[in-house]
Write a protein that binds this ligand. Structure first.
Ligand code: NAP
Ligand code: GCO
Length: 269
């Protein structure tokens, strides 16, 4: 009888985490590395990739960084070949984490700005998944984790492109599940709530008078946990969905949001 905790180990696996030079991606890459995976990661800026490699090395993790823009299919194909050359295998685990947001009222947003968000948050997960799946099928196993969002379920002012992309990413997750479940590929999503990273820093910065940003107080009042999430809150869920412990979980979006999607919000005092 094997110990159930062994099913959460990732020893011998190669994991690609896109956009893991900081923020949520870095925390997820660390978690998968701590569980035994060899880590490959990418981002667009060489100096941040180098700094992140040093960070992982200091954390005692085997991680290889590459400069690659996930919206560029040719760069992604080259990335996969570079990973195979450097780590001995194309990814067994893919975390489509790289993402951007532009907070612009819809009718003030240019089509180019819309396209930048959708290209990064929806088309790029398609591009990277399409590049990874054939070798996963050949191996007879694969794990794909798409980093969705609460905006996969809810809208709010100024994030039309982002919400549309993240809603689409939820459905891409379900479609990859549908198309490749028989090949023993599990594709699931993680839907973080409001997490304290550089992406949400503008929503938390102190006001000129030293008071909290109104959105900061709003989110805390809408979250049963009464706090912002941290990238570390996503580490355990990522290991679960990347491991054999979730082999019969497919097409699911696991919301890691402190309960915000379940809660109407704190009543006015
Ligand atoms: P972040 O702090 O802005 O980090 C984004 C990462 O993606 C960086 O490493 C960035 O590096 C990389 N990146 C951006 N565009 C890229 C591209 N075209 N090619 C390659 N790398 C790219 O964001 P985060 O808060 O950690 O969010 C990570 C993911 O979680 C995103 O998909 C986001 O939508 C999602 N999410 C975030 C929250 C939250 O509250 N923070 C909640 C739900 C979902 P470079 O810019 O150097 O390339
Ligand atoms: C925003 C935030 C959110 C978070 C996240 C919530 O402007 O509303 O950036 O979009 O990033 O996606 O799950």
């Amino acid at each position: 009888m094997t110990n159930v905790l062994d099913s959460f180990r990732l020893d011998g696996k190669v994991a690609l985490v896109t956009g893991a030079t900081y923020g949520i991606g870095m925390a997820i890459a660390e978690a998968l590395g701590q569980a035994g995976a060899k880590i490959a990661f990418n981002a667009r800026h060489a100096e941040k990739v180098a700094a992140a490699e040093a960070h992982y090395r200091e954390a005692g993790l085997e991680a290889k960084g590459f400069v690659c823009d996930v919206t560029d299919e040719a760069q992604v194909v080259e990335l996969l070949n570079n990973i195979e050359h450097a780590l001995g295998s194309k990814p067994d685990i893919l975390v489509n984490n790289a993402g951007i947001i532009k907070r612009i009222p819809m009718c003030e947003m240019s089509v180019d700005e819309w396209r930048q968000v959708v290209d990064t948050d929806l088309t790029a997960p398609f591009i990277v998944s399409k590049a990874c799946i054939p070798s996963m099928v050949e191996k007879g196993h694969g794990k794909i984790i798409n980093i969705c969002s609460m905006m996969s379920e809810l809208g709010r002012e100024t994030v039309s492109a982002y919400a549309a992309a993240k809603g689409g990413l939820k459905m891409l997750t379900r479609n990859i599940c549908s198309e490749f479940g028989e090949a023993n590929i599990q594709c699931n999503g993680i839907g973080p709530g409001y997490i304290a990273t550089p992406q949400t820093a503008p929503l938390r910065e102190r006001q000129a008078d030293g008071s909290r940003h109104p959105f900061d107080a709003f989110i805390v009042s809408k979250t049963p946990a009464a706090r912002w999430g941290t990238p570390e809150d996503l580490m355990g869920p990522a290991v679960f969905l990347a491991s054999d412990a979730s082999n019969f979980v497919n097409g699911h979006v696991l919301y890691v949001d402190g309960g915000i999607l379940a809660y109407i919000g704190k009543q006015p005092q």
